[in-house]
Design a protein around this ligand. Structure first.
Ligand SMILES: NC(=O)c1ccc[n+]([C@@H]2O[C@H](COP(=O)([O-])OP(=O)(O)OC[C@H]3O[C@@H](n4cnc5c(N)ncnc54)[C@H](O)[C@@H]3O)[C@@H](O)[C@H]2O)c1
Length: 351
């Protein structure tokens, strides 16, 4: 089966799918619908069938797959309409603004027998692939702390992203990706507690800086932080294990490194060393021969790997990676984030 895709919402991300999805064998983009005449004209200029009416777009038998890439508040309604029109459907993230809304989509997907998935493309980010490889290989030993941080400079949101009723704000934007990283990395490990703080520095009404602590049963403790106004950058990932430390500096996944310990702490002696921070024993820098410094392993996949998986699923040769159930766990986590931010308290969860 070939995916013959119609794009519902031909804006920034709809355009990304138009340009990248056909790079995968078995994917063609056929048509688009948008309420903005300028975006419809752009679709037409790019050789797509451009529909002014959503009903006519969904009724077109020439498409068997719909990508929903509108602002967030429309995802539930449009995903359900596409499934009911008999189309396999992928929705952009955040899939919905509540778990209850997602449950309604999942029910319609089951009822219609059509595939439903979410564009959680950052499961294939290069930095994240490296993080997963190093943790799964056991190079760091038992991992007890992970920091995941992303900062931009521009501060102000534009258009619908600044409006709460459209599902704006950073938790529903980057947060959905970065928290999905950890529900996906640890599918069978229970999350015990979530504590979150949201701030609005430059965008009243929506969060533009957040800090979240997620505690998995038996570890690790994961800190996720995102801000639109960070003028200097910490490493993208900073991970502590009982055998080593990992830094991944940026999204390329190529800069940073792994340092693993060769000697145990007992062998280091009990000497007080004077450093620029003052005299210290506990925090003393170890001599170089105590460590092995390792290169980061390479990332091998890209965002289009998600489409390769979809083609495989629809041809019966692959298991779906972005299952609605896996995204549901992420959305439950997101709801706990909002609850913690509202109450100012840590939220006990069992998910
Ligand atoms: N996965 C990712 O990495 C990623 C990146 C960026 C955006 N997104 C998601 O993609 C979605 C779209 O974001 P964007 O940046 O492309 O926004 P955008 O504003 O650039 O595009 C949205 C498009 O939807 C159209 N639209 C609005 N209401 C409509 C309606 N009722 N019917 C038809 N079309 C309508 C708009 O005219 C616009 O062209 C959002 O859900 C966003 O969270 C995902």
């Amino acid at each position: 089966m070939t995916i013959r895709m119609g794009i519902l919402g031909f804006g920034g991300m709809g355009n990304w799918h138009f340009n990248h999805a056909p790079q995968v064998d078995g994917v063609q983009v056929v048509s688009a619908h948008d309420i903005d005449p300028a975006r419809l004209a752009a679709a037409r200029e790019n050789g797509l069938k451009a529909y002014e009416s959503r009903e006519e777009f969904l009724a077109d038998p020439d498409i068997n797959f719909v990508l929903v890439a509108t602002p967030n508040h429309l995802h539930k309604q449009f995903s359900i309409e596409a499934l009911r029109a008999g189309k396999h459907t992928m929705c952009e993230k955040p899939v919905t603004v509540s778990v209850a809304d997602l449950d309604e989509i999942i029910a319609v997907s089951k009822e219609t027998g059509r595939l439903f998935t979410v564009h959680q493309n950052r499961r294939w980010d290069r930095d994240y692939q490296v993080l997963c490889k190093v943790i799964r290989d056991g190079t760091l030993g038992k991992v007890y702390s992970i920091e995941s941080k992303v900062f931009g400079n521009n501060a102000k949101f534009h258009g619908w992203r600044a409006l709460p009723e459209y599902g704006g704000g950073m938790v529903l934007d980057w947060g959905v990706h970065l928290m999905d990283h950890f529900t996906f990395l640890y599918p069978d490990r229970k999350i015990k507690t979530v504590f979150a703080q949201l701030f609005s520095l430059a965008n009243p009404g929506v969060d533009d800086l957040f800090k979240v602590e997620i505690v998995f049963e038996g570890g690790p403790s994961v800190h996720v932080q995102v801000g639109t106004y960070g003028l200097r950058k910490p490493p993208r990932f900073f991970v502590l294990g009982d055998l080593g430390t990992l830094t991944i500096d940026d999204f390329t996944g190529e800069k940073g490194g792994i340092t693993v310990v060769k000697h145990t702490i007992d062998e280091l002696g009990n000497v007080i060393i004077t450093t620029t921070a003052g005299p210290t024993r506990t925090m003393a820098p170890w001599p170089d021969e105590c460590f092995d410094k390792l290169e980061l392993p390479p990332a091998t996949k890209s965002w289009t790997s998600l489409y390769e998986n979809l083609v495989g699923v629809l041809r019966g040769s692959a298991e779906l990676i972005v299952t609605p159930e896996s995204v549901r766990r992420t959305m439950r986590l997101i709801e706990a984030v909002f609850e913690s931010a509202r109450t100012g308290a840590s939220v006990a969860v069992d998910l």
